[in-house]
Design a protein around this ligand. Structure first.
Ligand code: NAP
Length: 265
């Protein structure tokens, strides 16, 4: 018996990276998982991987979280398939556009906010009525150190993640005493497609010092495997974390790593 037997989870951005690792771990803990992303082939592959391990039934959904009609349709499909929603992992995210605000593409800037911030709100808005009725639920928003640090050429990403951090706090206050827990996670610098895109940014857009910093982290082997933040996220969904609500959980803090069973190396 896993710690999340028979719970129903939705993981946005579940097709690769941190979301994929989280979807697999949730399933290994006994949850039914709906795996959402825009790339149909990637969500199908993750669901197949879950099936091949003989884990509970998972559902692939090709969805753009920035589109309210698609989000509503996806949550309806999850309810039809599994009858409830207990866990929402708002993990879908993009880094682009990478350029100074003075010359960044305005539509690309807005689309970043649409996915990283508005998408997380849309998902929460769509599942919360069901969680409120159940008097139970867990929402984990995948934030970033960029919510707090100034990183030049990332104005959209930094603003979106800062917004997500504060949205989490407001939501947690609204849901106090309802049986629904909401937290955000800072997953660290993780070895995913997003980091590859960052390292391949043009120096004239990102700046040589920023580029050098992220390339060096990779060369020095300092990127975390996606399974580490996945463990932190999944731990937050279990009753072992029943006391955690309205917090920002940073993977680099030893207290959280210890509680979530993440190695210190
Ligand atoms: P990744 O490998 O690029 O995965 C991002 C996932 O989000 C993909 O499955 C992608 O699939 C999905 N996605 C993007 N836009 C979407 C949309 N509009 N609708 C639905 N799904 C969408 O990146 P990752 O590193 O695992 O990132 C996961 C989360 O961690 C992000 O929120 C990111 O900001 C955060 N984070 C990452 C790091 C890091 O170092 N990697 C650090 C701090 C925070 P499609 O493109 O197919 O839609």
């Amino acid at each position: 018996m896993g710690r999340l037997s028979d719970r129903v989870a939705i993981v946005t951005g579940g097709g690769r990276g941190i979301g994929r690792a989280t979807a697999l771990l949730l399933a290994q803990e006994g949850a039914h998982v709906a795996v959402l992303a825009r790339s149909e082939d990637q969500v199908r592959a993750v669901v197949q991987e879950i099936g091949a391990q003989g884990l509970p039934r998972a559902l692939p959904l090709s969805v753009d979280v920035s589109q309210w009609d698609q989000v509503q349709e996806a949550v309806t499909r999850v309810l039809e398939a599994f009858g409830r929603v207990d866990i929402l992992i708002n993990n879908a995210g993009i880094i682009q556009p990478v350029a100074p605000a003075s010359r960044v593409d305005p539509q690309a800037w807005a689309y970043n906010i649409d996915i990283n911030l508005k998408g997380a709100f849309f998902m929460a808005r769509a599942v919360l009525p069901h969680m409120v009725e159940q008097k139970r639920g867990v929402i984990v928003n995948v934030s970033s150190g960029a919510a707090h640090h100034v990183i030049t050429s990332w104005s959209a990403y930094c603003a979106a993640k800062a917004g997500l951090y504060h949205f989490t706090r407001v939501l947690a206050a609204e849901l106090e005493g309802t049986g629904i827990r909401v937290n955000s996670v800072r997953p660290g610098v993780v070895d995913t497609e997003m980091q590859r895109i960052i390292r391949e940014s043009r120096p004239e857009d990102f700046g040589p010092a920023n580029l050098e910093r992220f390339r060096r982290l990779k060369e020095e082997g300092q990127l975390l495997p996606p399974e580490y933040p996945a463990r932190l996220i999944v731990w937050l969904c279990t009753d072992d974390a029943a006391d955690i609500h309205g917090r920002e959980v940073d993977i680099y803090e030893p207290e959280w790593r210890k509680r979530a069973g993440i190695p210190n190396t």
